[in-house]
Design a protein around this ligand. Structure first.
Ligand code: 13P
Length: 250
């Protein structure tokens, strides 16, 4: 039985004070033994402070991006070691906003995943199709290409530290959630792909999160699908009560 993993992607929201408040409210509201694994991914500027607040709790810390080089003249970039030094265990890579707005390619994302894993971070690897691609019946092709390229050179052993987040781009921030059936169909396809590429045991152990307008009132039905092992939450993670509501439905 796979554990449910609920991650909050704060995106470019929350200054330092707001971050402290949000994370304190989440910690206060979280039962001592929540069955789900909970991850918060604040902006870089809040990581260190949030990390201090999370010490001794069950909530894990993640970053929203990183660069694949170790150090050097890469103005404004952040390395895996830097993330680890402030207590990150996870890093989100390949988010559609990085792909679409910042032109990140599958090749770049693959380099980042390789570095993150080599440095001991766990990767939340995001994939998903655009609306036009879904309408043209290309969803499975897009997803399989993103997996093929994004996970190139990643071993079965390393896959233990990879979460795949399926986030249909048309469902992100739009209030349009994929139906549980639409999401389940793609999740099960992803698991089959991973079984073919690696093995049944890698596929069975893999956490596949759904992301795209997850809210407390739709989370339960999505998370009850066989192959949906968690959620990557955007808008609804910025308020403690809605994030806690999603965690509770896991
Ligand atoms: P929303 O929950 O705001 O749709 O965002 C989802 C997302 O992009 C999480 O990474």
């Amino acid at each position: 039985m796979r554990k449910k993993v609920i991650a909050g992607n704060w995106k470019m929201n929350m200054d330092l004070r707001q971050s402290q408040k949000l994370v304190s409210e989440i910690l206060n509201g979280l039962g001592k033994d929540s069955k789900a694994e909970v991850i918060v991914c604040p902006p870089f500027t809040s990581l260190s402070e949030v990390s201090s607040l999370l010490k001794g709790t069950q909530v894990k810390l993640g970053a929203q991006n990183m660069y694949y080089e170790e150090s050097g003249a890469y103005t404004a970039e952040i390395s895996a070691e830097m993330l680890k030094s402030v207590g990150c265990e996870y890093v989100i890579l390949g988010h559609s906003e990085r792909r679409v707005i910042f032109n990140e390619s599958d090749e770049l994302i693959n380099k980042k995943i390789k570095t993150a894993l080599a440095k001991g971070l766990k990767a939340i690897f995001c994939i998903g199709e655009l609306l036009e691609q879904r309408e043209n019946g290309q969803t499975m092709n897009v997803v399989s290409m993103q997996i093929e390229k994004g996970l190139e050179g990643i071993s079965s052993e390393q896959m233990k530290n990879v979460i795949i987040a399926y986030e249909p781009v048309w469902a992100i921030g739009t209030g349009k959630t994929a139906t549980p059936e639409q999401a389940q169909e793609v999740h099960s396809f992803i698991r089959e792909l991973v079984a073919k590429k690696y093995s049944t045991s890698v596929a069975e152990g893999l956490i596949i999160q759904y992301g795209g307008s997850v809210k407390p009132d739709n989370a339960g039905e999505l998370l009850s699908q066989k192959d949906i092992d968690g959620a990557l939450v955007g808008g609804a993670c910025l308020k403690a009560d809605s994030f806690l509501g999603i965690i509770a439905s896991a």
